[in-house]
Write a protein that binds this ligand. Structure first.
Ligand code: ADP
Ligand code: ZN
Ligand code: ZN
Length: 817
C-alpha cells in the first residue's frame, strides 16, 4: 500500500493523505501537482509533500490525476514555505495558495474561457475537444462544470493541457489587467510628408523661430536614425520648451502618438550608457563587499538621492557575472514602473518582473523561467510575492526601502513581513542580503547595533547635490493671525508661486483621499457612518458620494441630515480632492494634477499622471503617500506637507517611527538636482519631537529615543508580539470567545514570566465588513523557552477553542511582529 501526503491550498493544519498505486509511488516526486477530491464533490490541485507506506487511521481516497511530470517547486522552496507557516502561524496550505500563480492551482471553482487564437483541432484529444466544443456555446466554464462533460476525475488534467496548448485560458476577471507602459512620441503629420508638404510646413512656421528650430531638430534626428522619436527627446535636442512643441502640434505639423512598451519582454538592446560610480558610492560599494565577508545581511543607509540604486546595480552586475540569481524586492508597484527602465538599460535580457498587475499566465512564465534558471530570469524585480519564487542559484537579495510598511502582508494569510522572509530565503541559499533605505527601520538598525547586520552609510547626495531646506509652519499661529487660505498658509502659497516662477515643479502631500473624511450635521451632530463598518463615510465631491474606504460602500451625498433633516451639513478634515479644488481657486493658471487611489484606477491612470509630471506638463502634483515613494524627478523644487499631524497621532507603537520616515521620504523628493529644494511642513505641533527630528534630519536621535521607548514599554524588537484577531458578525459571540481565549492563554502562560497576555480589546476600528473584531496581544521576551514552542502552545489552545461549538465559527488569525 502506498500513500501520498498532499498539501491542499486550504487552511488545513496538515497535509491530507491519499491512496496511490506502486507505479504512481515511483513516479511522484515532492513538489509535483496532483488533482484530488476533497470535501463534498470538490476537486483541488494540491502539491505532493511526501510519498510513504504508512496507512493513516482514516479512510483514504484515491488521487484523481497527476498533473506534472517534474516538480514545479523545489525542496528549498518547500522548506522556506514551512518556515513561513511556522513563523507566521498559518498553514502550509495557505502559503501554497498565496505562493502559486492562480493558473497553477486549477480547481472546481476555476473559470476557464476560450483563448483568442485559432488552434489546430487535430492537436486536441477527444476529451479536450469536448470541453473546447462546449466553450463555443458557453463563454466560460467552471472546473466543476467541465467535470460534467468529461469524467470528473480527469477534469483538471484536461483543463491543464488545454491551457498549455493555448486553446483555453484561466479567466482573469479577478485580476487587474497588466498595464503596458505608454511613451509619447512625435511624427510629422501625414499631409506634410511629401516634398511640397515639407515646404508648406516650414512656411507655416516661418515667423516662429523656436518652432522652426524644433522642426529642424526633428529632421536632424531622422537624418541620423530612423527610430521613433520621443517627445521629450525632441524638446531636449531642439533646446526649446514644452510649449513650443505644443504649438507645433496645435498647428498640425507634428503629431504626438503613444507606443506601447511591453514590460514582459525586455529583449531590446542593452544600451551602453552605464553610470560611473562617484567616489563616495565606490567607497560604499567596497564597504558593502567587505561587510559581506563576515555578515550575511548588510544595511545600507544612504540619504535620499545618494544613488543607492546605482550601487545596487553594480552589485547585481557582480552576482550575475558569477552566474547567481538576484532578487530585487520593492515595496510597491509604483516604484517598479520608474525603476524598470533603469535596470532594463543595464540588464535587458536577464530581467524579469513579477507582480500582481501581471496576468497569471505571465506570472507562470516568470515562475518557469526562474525554476529553469533561464537567462531571462537571472534578475527578478518584484514586490512581496516574489519571495515565493522557485530560485535555483540565488546569490543576492536586495530589499529597497526596507523600512516600508507595505512589506507587511495583512489579509489573507500568510501575514508575513517580506523583508524578513527574504532574509530567511537568502539564508536558505547562503546568499547575501542588502537592505537599503534613507530612513531604516528600528528593527534593522537594532540588528546593526547587535552586530547581526553589517552597516554602510552614505551621507552625501549624488554629485554633492544638497539636501533640501526644511521649514516648519505653525498653522495654529497662522490661523490665529488669519494667514490661511483654506488649508494653505501664506508662506506655502508664496513658495509655490516662487517655485513655479523659476520653472520648477511642486509636490503637495496629504495622506487622505477624497474631499473630507467626515460629514457632520451642525444641527444635531449626526455623522453618516458606513452601515457595514465602524467608520465615518468620506465625502467625494467629484462623484457627489459618501464612500467607505474600508469596504467600498457608496451612497449619494444626502442633501439634508439623515437624522433630523437639517440642511446645515459641514465637512470636517480634508483629503487630496479638497486640496486640488482649493488649489484651482488659489492658482487658477497653474497646471495641477492629483495622484491617489481614486485617480489611478483607470487604465494607464498611474502612468499617465507620472508621465505628465515627468514631461513637466504638470506643475503641481497633489497626492497621498503614493507620491512619497522613490520618485526621482529632478525638477521638483518644492514639497509641501499639508498637515503632518494625522500620522503622528495615529495610535500605534510605530507611529513616531513611521511619521519620521514618511516625512523624510517625502522631503527627499525635493531638489534632486544641482538646485537645492525646499520642504514646507504645516503642523499644529511645531514643537513635537518627531517634527523637530525631521527638521534636523536627525535619524540617530529618533532611533535612540524610539528604541528606548520600545525597550521600556516592551515592544518589538525587544519582544516578539503576536496579535491575535477574532472576527465574527455577532458582537456577543466575539466578546465571549475573546474572553475565553484570553483567559485560556493567561492560564497557560501563568507560570512563564517571559510571556504576557494583554486584552482582549476592540481595535481602533472594531467592525469591518459586518464583522466585529477583538484583539488579544501576546508579548514574548527571549528566554530559554523557544518562540517556536510558545507558538505551538498558542496553536494548541486555538484547537481547544475551536472545539467549543459556539466559538467554532469565529475566525482567528495571527499577526507576528
Ligand atoms: P536613491 O535611490 O539613493 O534615492 P538614486 O539611485 O535614485 O538615489 O539616484 C538619484 C539620482 O542621481 C538618479 O537620477 C540617478 O540617476 C543619479 N545618479 C546617482 N548616482 C549616479 C552616478 N554614479 N552617475 C550618474 N547618475 C547618478
Ligand atoms: Zn441633523
Ligand atoms: Zn464600510
Amino acid at each position: 500500500m502506498y500513500f501520498v501526503d498532499v498539501i491542499l491550498p486550504l487552511p488545513l493544519p496538515k497535509p491530507f493523505t491519499y491512496n496511490i498505486n506502486e507505479e504512481e509511488a515511483h513516479f511522484l516526486q515532492v513538489g509535483m501537482r496532483v488533482a484530488v477530491p476533497f470535501g463534498k464533490a470538490k476537486v483541488y490541485t494540491g502539491l505532493v509533500d511526501k510519498v510513504h507506506e504508512n496507512k493513516p487511521t482514516y479512510d483514504t481516497k484515491d488521487i484523481a490525476y497527476i498533473l506534472d511530470e517534474t516538480p514545479i517547486i523545489t525542496s528549498t522552496q518547500l522548506a522556506h514555505w514551512q518556515w513561513i507557516a511556522d513563523f507566521y502561524m498559518c498553514s502550509l496550505g495557505e502559503v501554497l495558495k498565496a505562493a502559486l500563480p492562480a493558473a497553477f492551482l486549477i480547481e472546481s471553482e476555476t473559470v476557464i474561457e476560450i483563448a483568442e487564437k485559432n488552434i489546430d483541432m487535430a492537436l486536441l484529444t477527444d476529451d479536450e475537444w469536448q470541453v473546447y466544443e462546449a466553450l463555443q456555446y458557453k463563454t466560460s466554464l467552471k472546473g466543476s462544470e467541465v467535470g460534467k462533460i468529461i469524467p470528473k476525475k480527469k477534469s483538471l488534467k484536461i483543463i491543464k493541457s488545454l491551457v498549455e496548448k493555448g486553446a483555453v485560458r484561466v479567466s482573469e476577471k479577478m485580476f487587474e489587467k497588466y498595464v503596458p507602459k505608454l511613451i509619447k512620441y512625435v511624427r510629422l503629420a501625414p499631409q506634410y510628408q511629401t516634398e511640397t508638404g515639407l515646404k508648406e510646413a516650414f512656411a507655416l512656421l516661418e515667423k516662429a523661430v523656436k518652432q522652426k528650430q524644433l522642426l529642424m531638430a526633428y529632421f536632424n534626428h531622422f537624418n541620423r536614425d530612423k527610430s521613433p522619436l520621443k517627445s521629450d527627446k525632441l524638446i531636449e535636442d531642439a533646446k526649446v520648451s514644452v510649449g513650443v512643441l505644443k504649438a507645433v502640434v496645435e498647428k498640425g505639423v507634428l503629431e504626438e502618438y503613444y507606443l506601447q512598451k511591453d514590460r514582459v519582454s525586455f529583449a531590446e538592446n542593452t544600451t551602453d550608457d552605464k553610470n560611473v560610480l562617484s567616489e563616495a558610492q565606490r567607497e560604499a560599494f567596497a564597504d558593502i563587499k567587505k561587510e559581506f565577508e563576515d555578515k550575511n545581511t548588510v544595511l545600507l543607509q544612504g540619504v535620499t538621492a545618494s544613488g543607492k540604486t546605482e550601487i545596487y546595480i553594480e552589485l547585481i552586475d557582480e552576482y550575475l557575472k558569477k552566474g547567481k540569481q538576484v532578487l530585487y524586492l520593492l515595496p510597491e508597484i509604483g516604484i517598479t514602473i520608474h525603476l524598470i527602465n533603469r535596470l532594463k538599460k543595464r540588464f535587458g535580457k536577464q530581467l524579469s518582473v513579477y507582480h500582481s498587475r501581471y496576468t497569471t499566465n505571465e506570472r507562470v512564465e516568470v515562475w518557469n523561467n526562474v525554476l529553469a534558471n533561464n537567462e531571462k530570469a537571472q534578475l527578478v524585480v518584484g514586490v512581496r510575492s516574489s519571495v515565493y519564487l522557485p530560485f535555483r542559484e540565488l546569490g543576492l537579495v536586495i530589499v529597497d526601502e526596507e523600512h516600508d510598511s507595505s512589506y507587511r502582508q495583512f489579509d489573507p494569510a500568510p501575514r508575513l513581513q517580506a523583508r524578513d522572509t527574504a532574509i530567511m530565503l537568502a539564508n536558505f541559499f547562503k546568499a547575501k542580503t542588502l537592505l537599503g533605505s534613507a530612513t531604516p527601520s528600528l528593527e534593522s538598525m537594532h540588528n546593526v547595533k547587535l552586530d547581526k547586520y553589517g552597516f554602510v552609510y552614505l551621507s552625501q547626495r549624488y554629485a554633492n547635490y544638497q539636501l533640501p531646506i526644511i521649514e516648519i509652519i505653525d498653522i495654529k499661529d497662522k490661523q490665529h493671525r488669519k494667514r490661511m487660505s483654506g488649508h494653505f498658509s501664506d508662506v506655502l502659497i508664496q513658495e509655490i508661486n516662487n517655485t513655479l516662477e523659476s520653472g520648477r515643479q511642486v509636490l503637495l502631500f496629504q495622506n487622505r483621499r477624497g474631499y473630507a473624511p467626515v460629514v457632520q450635521c451642525m444641527h444635531c451632530g449626526t455623522v453618516p457612518q458606513c452601515p457595514h463598518c465602524d467608520v465615518s463615510l468620506t465625502f467625494h465631491q467629484g462623484s457627489n458620494q459618501l464612500r467607505c474606504h474600508y469596504c467600498g460602500y457608496t451612497t449619494p451625498m444626502p442633501k439634508t441630515c439623515i437624522a433630523c433633516g437639517s440642511v446645515d451639513l459641514k465637512t470636517k478634515g480634508f483629503g487630496t480632492e479638497q486640496i486640488s479644488k482649493e488649489l484651482a481657486e488659489l492658482l487658477p493658471q497653474a497646471v495641477t494634477d492629483r495622484m491617489d487611489q481614486d485617480t489611478t484606477n483607470g487604465k494607464y491612470g498611474y502612468e499617465k499622471i507620472l508621465a505628465k509630471f515627468e514631461q513637466q506638463e504638470t506643475q503641481i502634483l497633489v497626492g497621498t503617500q503614493m507620491i512619497t515613494k522613490g520618485l526621482d524627478f529632478s525638477n521638483v523644487g518644492l514639497v509641501g506637507v499639508m498637515n503632518a499631524d494625522a500620522s503622528i497621532h495615529f495610535p500605534d507603537y510605530r507611529a513616531y517611527e513611521r511619521s519620521f520616515q514618511l516625512l523624510l521620504q517625502i522631503a527627499g523628493r525635493a531638489g534632486r538636482s544641482a538646485k537645492q529644494g525646499k520642504v514646507l511642513i504645516q503642523t499644529y505641533n511645531p514643537e513635537h519631537l518627531v517634527i523637530q527630528q525631521v527638521l534636523k534630519n536627525d535619524f540617530k536621535q529618533m532611533y535612540q529615543y524610539q528604541i528606548e521607548e520600545r525597550r521600556n514599554f516592551l515592544y518589538p524588537p525587544f519582544v516578539q508580539m503576536i496579535r491575535i484577531s477574532l472576527k465574527h458578525p455577532e458582537f456577543n459571540r466575539v466578546n465571549e470567545g475573546a474572553d475565553w481565549l484570553a483567559g485560556a492563554l493567561r492560564e497557560l502562560f501563568s507560570t512563564q514570566n517571559n510571556v504576557v497576555v494583554l486584552g482582549p480589546e476592540f481595535p481602533l476600528i472594531s467592525r469591518i465588513r459586518n464583522e466585529y473584531i477583538k484583539e488579544i496581544l501576546v508579548k514574548i521576551s527571549p528566554s530559554h523557552i523557544s518562540m517556536h514552542t510558545v507558538k505551538q502552545q498558542i496553536k494548541r489552545t486555538e484547537i481547544s477553542f475551536q472545539s467549543i461549538s459556539n466559538y467554532r465559527p469565529i475566525r482567528v488569525s495571527y499577526v507576528v511582529e
